[in-house]
Ligand binder design. Sequence first.
Ligand code: NAD
Length: 499
Amino acid sequence: MQEIGHWVNGKLVAGTSGRFADVFNPHTGDVQAKIALATQAELDQAVADAAKAQVAWGATNPQKRGRVMMALVGLINRDMDKLAEVLSREHGKTIPDAKGDIQRGLEVIEYCIGAPQLLKGEFTDSAGPGIDMYSMRQPLGVVAGITPFNFPAMIPLWKMGPALACGNAMILKPSERAPGVPLMLAALCKEAGLPDGVLQVINGDKESVDAILDNETVQAVGFVGSTPIAHYIYSRGTANGKRVQCFGGAKNHMIIMPDADLDQAADALVGAGFGAAGERCMAISVAVPVGEETADKLIEKLVPRIEKLKVGPYTGGADVDYGPVVTAAAKENILRLVETGVEQGATLVVDGRNFSLQGYENGFYVGPHLFDHVTPDMDIYKKEIFGPVLSTVRAQSYEEALKLAMDHEYGNGTAIFTRDGDTARDFAARVNVGMIGINVPIPVPLAYHTFGGWKKSSFGDLNQHGPDAFRFYTRTKTITSRWPSGIKEGASLNFKMMD
Ligand code: NAD
């Protein structure tokens, strides 16, 4: 059985804790590797080594750091197929979807090539007589990224790219369920010219996360995962004086107005609801058709599309629509929630409960489910299911649909499908959600904008990637300088005004 350790000081090292977790192949249900779970001592040592390595890296000019990013882009593209294969084998998503996962991370590395431009400070000439004022952005030192299983390439790259380009050292603690790609990315960073120790990948569970949160050298923590853990990490990290940004769970609504192109809306819902087996924080899990007629027509269009979906392994060819969910526990949780939906009175229009894939009976496959007549008091509406389950909540008016999205505790993404610009504009202006799609079902912003939800989908005040990431991973220092004639005038005891 393969044992996966950590990436420390530029090489793979075995874990010393004696504690391991299983890494599954969700397609077959087999355990494919054992992953070492780090101790506090291992984490603290990696941080201490990173702090030493950061000194020279932070002093390296941004253009040279940008060149490392440029080389990394080339290497990730070179190894795209290998990375996608490992990603699919651990996560369960199809190869084209795995490549999309890598690509959306890669785009953030491309953005980070612009570090010299992004790190430029501000300058005010002659803020007072003979006085110049300028500000500079300096790295924080050692920072940490704690990432989820569902985007094993994209989210580690969202964390490491900006953190490293800004001159920090990073401790990356990836999901213990999909550790292969983050370790491969660390090796590619070395090949791209990143000095040893600047990126340390420490595998682990709560013990290593708590060690990050309590380590005094770690200045900032960027987290992505479920909302309860996001809240925990935000509370403990900030209580320890760290800068923390945590991105949590979601329940993304898509509103379908009566004037929408319903074929387009149905296609969008199927892609956004069932792609990656629904294991995306930007998946659409709630369809909100406005008006009974819209709802009836939409369901009619959805059913054949959903029934046609092909569920299978990533090796199953180009026509596989989605693969298994990540673990047996995730599968159980999804099916349990589906049961509560039936018990609480929702109509299960497409029932995937008895789905089984011949030859892969032990894989963690879940058939597609479509619910109609879901109401806001039901568990399937309130909770994030994170599986191939689409719920339909019928609204009688636009205002009722808008209120549903606004009253839900999550506020990651949402979409509206309509032909009416005024309705779309009103929706974008009023809805209290971070990322909005107008006739676009999964509105994930590109690398040069920022990504982040509202309400319980995010804790902290800056978003991921784009300009916000360069703010999050740097501190501003502002200098007021006077050369040298003012000094000749002798000391002044007054509180200085810029007169
Ligand atoms: P998770 O919260 O279980 O795990 C995320 C990370 O936290 C992992 O590295 C894990 O090891 C660590 N962790 C887990 N339990 C912990 C504990 N008790 N104490 C300390 N650390 C702990 O999330 P997941 O299942 O890997 O990912 C799915 C979740 O992530 C979904 O809720 C999804 O919506 C969310 N997500 C959000 C975004 C976003 O940007 N908002 C993006 C992707 C995924």
